[in-house]
Design a protein around this ligand. Structure first.
Ligand SMILES: Nc1ncnc2c1ncn2[C@@H]1O[C@H](COP(=O)(O)OP(=O)(O)OP(=O)(O)O)[C@@H](O)[C@H]1O
Ligand SMILES: [Mg+2]
Length: 259
């Protein structure tokens, strides 16, 4: 990416990010001092939007979600939730303020039942439980039917539902999903994309990272291609999926997965 591309990207971001439910501006972040994984990353999600992030392994996709959720130290730049600066706030505070996060791995408590996992999702506001349980089981009826079953005994697809359900218990205004379809059978992968769309249609803004790049671009309103901690491309999902440069650089191999 040339510096004029970067300037153009930033200008577009600044003109479009106004009013976003979640936005990140110029994030520089990493795990170790002096080693930056995010190198000036911008991102926004407008209310009701389903935003997808794709990119090669090690591009910094998980790091970006973790930075938005207060799990990675931000060296420079800002994160705003509904116009309020939340840069550097702790994850538990961000949950209270309205961010739901489903990590890439270890995202359920295996020894707890489905119902107990969902209770954990709103331990900060137990009074919400019954209303939110109804909302979550409306989206995932199987979770209601099997509420007494331990999460450890569930299939990968079912565990993913529990993890998404748990993150929805605090009524988040934006839900961050890290590779929800990873490791699932093709049928279950499709199911996860349908469920994500359903959650979004129910009014929850969603930012999803996906290894199944082509499928992600098909369902998202807008996508970002992240490469080496920088946004390489952005645009409507379908436009990115049809962009020859994106196909050549990122969909040639990534896109073949799951097709
Ligand atoms: N906890 C950590 N401590 C130090 N470095 C880390 C840590 N987690 C990730 N990294 C490094 O940060 C870089 C980006 O990793 P990240 O997990 O964000 O990539 P990703 O785009 O999510 O990749 P994948 O598609 O494999 O999930 C990699 O070089 C990785 O080695
Ligand atoms: Mg990752």
């Amino acid at each position: 990416m040339t510096s004029s591309d970067a300037e153009e990207f930033r200008a577009k971001h600044l003109s479009e990010a106004e009013g976003a439910v979640l936005r990140a501006d110029g994030l520089i972040a990493g795990y170790l001092p002096g080693v930056n994984i995010l190198n000036d990353t911008d991102l926004y999600c407008q209310p009701g939007e389903l935003v997808g992030i794709i990119g090669p392994n090690g591009a910094g996709k998980s790091t970006l979600l973790k930075a938005l959720f207060g799990l990675v130290k931000i060296h420079e730049g800002t994160v705003q939730l509904n116009g309020e600066d939340i840069t550097g706030k702790r994850a538990d505070e961000l949950v209270t303020r309205g961010i739901g996060f489903v990590p890439q791995t270890n995202n359920v408590f295996p020894s707890l039942t489905i119902e107990e996992n969902l209770e954990m999702g709103c331990y900060q506001a137990p009074k919400k439980f019954s209303e939110r349980f109804d909302f979550v089981t409306g989206i995932f009826p199987a979770l209601g039917e099997r509420r007494k079953q331990r999460a450890g005994g569930l299939s990968g697809g079912e565990r993913q539902m529990v993890a998404m359900g748990r993150a929805l218990m605090m009524e988040p205004s934006v839900l961050l999903l890290d590779e929800p379809s990873a490791g699932l059978s093709p049928v279950m992968q499709d199911e996860v994309f349908v469920q994500t769309r359903k959650i979004n249609k129910a009014g929850v803004s969603v930012v999803m990272v996906e290894q199944n790049a082509r499928r992600c671009l098909q369902i998202c309103d807008r996508g970002y291609v992240l490469d080496q901690g920088r946004n390489a491309y952005t645009g409507p999902g379908r436009a990115l999926a049809d962009d020859p440069k994106v196909i050549e650089l990122y969909l040639g191999t990534l896109g073949a997965k799951g097709d």
